[in-house]
Design a binder for this molecule. Sequence first.
Ligand code: SAH
Length: 258
Amino acid sequence: MGSPPVSGKVLVIGLGPGSDAQVTPEALAAAGEASDFLGYKPYIDRLSLRPDQTAHASDNREELARARHALELAAEGKTVAVVSGGDPGVFAMAAAVCEAIEHGPAAWRELELRVVPGVTAMLAVAARIGAPLGHDFCAISLSDNLKPWELIERRLRLAAQAGFVMAFYNPISRARTWQLGRAFEILREELPASVPVVFGRAAGRADERMAVTPLGEARAEQADMATCVIVGSPETRIIERPGLDALVYSPRFARPSA
Ligand code: SAH
């Protein structure tokens, strides 16, 4: 006799950057299926759970431990929602769950896993300001918790040289105070001082704030933990508009030399 089929599942759900309007119907439907919720409490609080749904809200474990916890509950037959802000595949829980499956017990590979995408921060910020990601771009986390800072510096330089627009996640935190300033220093060596830098804070939330500064004047203090910083390429342009916010956009075409 074989072992009974594993019935539990893990739903890794992205809740978008902040506003209810940016939560997808698919994310809401997935949340409706789950019995158990794991994730950072403010995200779980954004879902109005039913009395039969359990929030493991005090769960502020490290990501891999949280992923394992989710898989353990699913292996008991539960339908577990792991919630992330933005998209769960962008510097968030989906990769941690995959990592836990790769290195965990064989039975975890039989569990159903569904990753439900969400609007990631850089898209929400970009949409507010025009089209800074209208041409080739990359996303870089400035957190050196999971990779060495030297690697981040190398990627910054190469991305600047390659002409990519860059979106920075995790630009700064209480424990990581100098990284963003250093990133600007490196980029000032590689890019014109006029390149627009967008500081998009708390996109989609009540305390949203957008600011645009030329790279030559960009300062780390303009960002906090809730900010996604978009650094333009030399092609990125600003259109001033009377009585309206300026538009920042990256043209769809690039010159051969760019
Ligand atoms: N999974 C998330 C990112 C998690 S990393 C997503 O896809 O958006 C956390 C970083 O995301 C923050 O440090 C910040 O850089 C960015 N961020 C998250 N929500 C944001 C928002 N509403 N506005 C601007 N940046 C945000």
